[in-house]
Ligand binder design. Structure first.
Ligand SMILES: [Fe+2]
Length: 241
């Protein structure tokens, strides 16, 4: 089993549309551990006009779940984070510390509405950088404008944005077209992170093992290690990729 790190996971109980309770989170942790996941960054949604979990509570809940994991003999290390739904507030929220970056680093996981035009995504990524943070675009395969123009992904990478893809998308859960797109990006080394974006124990479980094997076989062990261990570890350590 190859060890992995998951930088995008809705395992924090009772705060968003992810795990509803501690029991589910515990089951998700067990699934993650079986998948070779040794570190997880908890990324509850942070959305405009929503009751978001504050950074203080985020850290408290992460520590609480870590304690429960240890008590249950689960050897997975947990860190605080957010999946930031980009809005006009994001710049101020980031600079004033009202959002959790990934594991306290300068890396910020940012998502958009699936139909947001590329221009809006591009401008938003620039704003995150202007605020002094390093953007990671969450599940790039979900934005229709990006899927139909893969050169846009290249443009974002060129401007210093990092790209995250969901493991389930690579493995074909969202159809051939999406899977094909993610493989094209992998082939062109335009992906920096593969994560679970897990929400539950069933349809959106924290599965990485099969995807990790697939990437190793198809795109090489070295790239697989970078996507699922080295780059995520750089985020946890607050180092440059
Ligand atoms: Fe997510």
């Amino acid at each position: 089993m190859q060890a992995s790190i998951d930088i995008h996971c809705h395992i924090m109980p009772g705060v968003d549309d992810g795990s509803p309770d501690v029991e589910t989170s515990l089951k998700m942790l067990k699934i993650a551990e079986k998948n070779g996941i040794e570190h997880i960054i908890l990324t509850p949604h942070h959305k405009p006009m929503h009751h978001n979990v504050s950074p203080d509570h985020n850290k408290k809940y992460t520590a609480g779940l870590q304690e429960i994991a240890i008590k249950n003999g689960i050897n997975v290390k947990l860190y605080s984070g957010n999946e930031i739904y980009y809005s006009d507030e994001t710049f101020d929220e980031l600079t004033s510390g009202r959002i959790c970056t990934l594991a306290g680093s300068d890396y910020a996981l940012v998502e958009f509405h699936p139909t947001n035009p590329y221009k809006a995504i591009h401008n938003a990524i620039y704003q995150v950088q202007a605020a002094g943070f390093i953007p990671i675009l969450a599940h790039v395969e979900r934005y229709s404008d990006m899927v139909s123009h893969s050169s846009y992904v290249e443009e974002l990478v060129d401007m210093g944005c990092y790209i995250q893809v969901n493991a389930s998308s690579i493995m074909g859960k969202y159809g051939f077209g999406i899977s094909h797109f993610t493989k094209k990006l992998l082939k062109n080394r335009l992906v920096h992170f593969v994560a679970t974006d897990a929400h539950d124990t069933d349809k959106r479980a924290p599965l990485l093992a099969d995807c990790r094997d697939f990437i190793s076989k198809k795109f090489g062990q070295d790239y697989s290690d970078r996507l699922l261990w080295n780059n995520p570890m750089s985020v946890i350590r607050g180092e440059m990729i």
